[in-house]
Design a protein around this ligand. Structure first.
Ligand code: DP6
Length: 353
């Protein structure tokens, strides 16, 4: 998979050496779409996701000399206000006294409906926790990651993950480890469309203005039960049927918003039809779509070649990413090979002193 490469100049004169951590994106099978009041992106409903191997973010964290401000950046560069706020919050939660030098990057298209903020904040939370004097449990770290982006809490675990509203220690839990069900996940990437509305804004608008939003909330329990049962029994047909239904209902709330939100492009609809055609031909494949035009398709590993070829042949699809259930975040002592190899130094662009 192509990656952004970025060599980070050492921030010299610090205490401990830099820490890197990686975390994977996740795809929601029961969507988080709507918030409850409260700090740190509390969800209105319970969601279930699958962590995606290979779609990875990496965070690099290093302490700075005591009299310096934090320096935070995305690579490639992006707006840092939320990132800076998160670092400040995490520092207090984790008891990190020194200012920090933070850089976060991903090896897949950011802001394209592929949940890069989930993997980014999960990687960053994991790297920051490695600097904590008394590192908290993964459950507490999931609660912290949620302050960066709600779906990030699910990327703190591998495999199938459930996130339910509330602050208790079991709000985010693993339903099944990645090895338990080796599914294939194919992601059909369509060409650039109109600038999408970020999921945060989309879910806010749907919640505040869509007449279908109450119905969406009312269907959560049934979809959740169906997906949980399907994961427990490794029943792809049951899982896929519930995931498709849930995704379409989420998008129905978006279509009903005022002004309306249409995340789909022509290629999105064409992929949906292709998935249904594959099923008519006897290939069990099922789609889900988040807040963007990309379609993620679940199938058996033995069918992934055929499904991948079919998706790649859909007009408007530029390429197909292949993934499978992925694991939990990891701390690294070296940067991952794809990241941090040749970025300009902070003064030239991606950092702020
Ligand atoms: C459609 O986690 O990106 O992907 O909490 O506001 O940062 P914030 O939103 P975010 O929303 C993800 C929405 C979704 C569905 C899902 O992942 O469950």
């Amino acid at each position: 998979m192509a990656g952004f490469v970025c060599r980070v100049p050492s921030a010299a004169g610090r205490g401990r050496p830099a820490v890197w951590a990686v975390a994977h994106a996740n795809v929601a099978l029961v969507k988080y779409w709507g918030k409850a009041p409260g700090p740190g992106h509390q969800p209105a409903t319970t969601s279930v996701s699958l962590t995606l191997d290979g779609l990875t973010s990496a965070a690099r964290v290093e302490e700075r000399p005591a009299n310096r401000p934090d320096r935070v950046a995305w690579a490639p560069p992006g707006p840092v206000a939320d990132l800076r706020r998160f670092v400040e919050h995490a520092r207090t939660q984790l008891g990190i006294a020194r200012p920090l030098d933070v850089l976060v990057t991903s090896n897949f298209p950011v802001a394209a409906g592929l949940a890069s903020s989930a993997s980014a904040y999960a990687a960053l939370t994991t790297a920051l926790a490695a600097l904590a004097v008394d590192p908290p449990s993964v459950e507490r770290l999931a609660a912290l990651a949620r302050h960066g982006s709600g779906s990030a809490c699910r990327s703190m675990f591998g495999g199938f993950v459930q996130w339910r509203p509330g602050e208790d220690a079991r709000a985010v839990t693993q339903l099944a480890a990645p090895e338990r069900w080796p599914l294939a996940v194919l992601i059909a990437i369509s060409g650039s469309g109109p600038k999408r509305v970020p999921s945060r804004e989309g879910m806010r608008r749907a919640q505040e203005t869509s007449p279908f939003f109450d119905a969406w909330l009312a269907t959560n329990a049934a979809d959740l039960a169906a997906v949980r049962e399907a994961v427990g029994s490794r029943d792809l047909r049951a899982l896929g049927t519930a995931a498709e239904r849930n995704a379409l209902r989420m998008h129905a709330t978006a279509l009903g918003a005022d002004p309306p939100l249409l995340y789909w492009e022509a290629a999105t609809v064409a992929v949906v039809r292709e998935v249904w055609r594959l099923r008519e031909d006897g290939v069990p494949a099922y789609f889900t779509i988040d807040a963007g035009p990309q379609v993620k398709v679940l199938c058996e590993p033995g069918d992934s070649q055929r499904v991948g070829q079919a998706l790649a042949g859909v007009p408007g699809i530029s390429h197909v990413l292949r993934s499978r259930p992925g694991g939990a975040p990891r701390v690294l002592r070296e940067p991952p090979e794809w990241a941090f190899a040749s970025c300009p130094p902070p003064a030239a662009g991606h950092g702020r002193a």
